[in-house]
Ligand binder design. Structure first.
Ligand code: HEC
Length: 197
């Protein structure tokens, strides 16, 4: 056995931390936990008591209830947003037209509306859009916007606001307006005759 045991020096200012056991010349210092750690620990205990009491005994909401509250707030916001979007804004419509809306509207129409209203709006499953007769719209951009936005699902006209953007609806309106009074052929008139004043 080697007898040159090294004596480990304990610093002067740490002597009070020295524990009084000594195994095989191993000495141990007992450093206290840092005060920031103790503070956080104490705060978390106080917090957990409040948390427990609130959620167990004072009717604090469950996770499901919190989810439902937040979800219904989202639904309210969404409904309000949709309501605002569904209102026709003539100055916005004019801006869309000035921004090449008619050409874009033709594309929107060909992609989405053609199967039911056919080329040039002469009608098939959907009514003829070239005559003076209207089933649910009134021949004005405003009423046509509303019909496209809200659809008429029970009669087979999809709710387009769920499929295409607001701008695309405005563009489609400007294109549908070009069909007006161009009746030559197609599905026979349906609905109420509305002539522009
Ligand atoms: C799946 C078939 C279908 C598609 C696709 C469709 N429509 Fe219709 N559309 C209808 C039907 C059916 C009606 C009549 C609804 C009613 O009587 O309530 C209608 C009504 C309308 C009306 C009102 C006509 C009136 O006489 O009052 C307009 C305007 C219109 N559609 C435009 C469009 C546009 C624009 C698109 C494409 C974005 C489109 N529709 C796509 C079936 C369709």
């Amino acid at each position: 056995m080697n007898n040159t045991e090294e004596k480990i020096e304990v610093k002067e200012d740490e002597k009070h931390l020295l524990l009084d056991h000594n195994y095989d010349n191993i000495q141990e210092l007992n450093h206290p936990l840092p005060s920031w750690w103790n503070t956080i620990w104490a705060i978390s205990i106080v917090f957990s008591i409040g948390y427990f009491v609130y959620y167990q005994f004072m009717g604090g909401p469950t996770l499901v209830e919190e989810f439902q509250t937040e979800y219904s707030e989202i639904i309210v916001k969404q409904t309000e947003f949709k309501r605002k979007e569904s209102l026709f804004d003539d100055s916005y419509y004019q801006k869309i037209i000035a921004d090449g809306g008619l050409e874009k509207g033709k594309e929107v129409y060909e992609i989405n509306c053609l199967p039911c209203h056919l080329k040039d709006g002469v009608g098939d499953t959907g009514p003829n859009l070239t005559d003076d007769y209207w089933l649910i719209a009134k021949g004005t951009p405003e009423s046509i916007y509303s019909v496209i936005f809200n659809g008429s699902e029970e009669n087979g006209m999809p709710i387009w606001s769920e499929v295409i953007s607001k701008d695309e609806i405005y563009q489609a309106v400007s294109y549908v307006m070009t069909f007006k009074n161009t009746f030559k052929k197609g599905k026979k008139p349906q609905g109420e005759k509305i002539v522009d004043k």
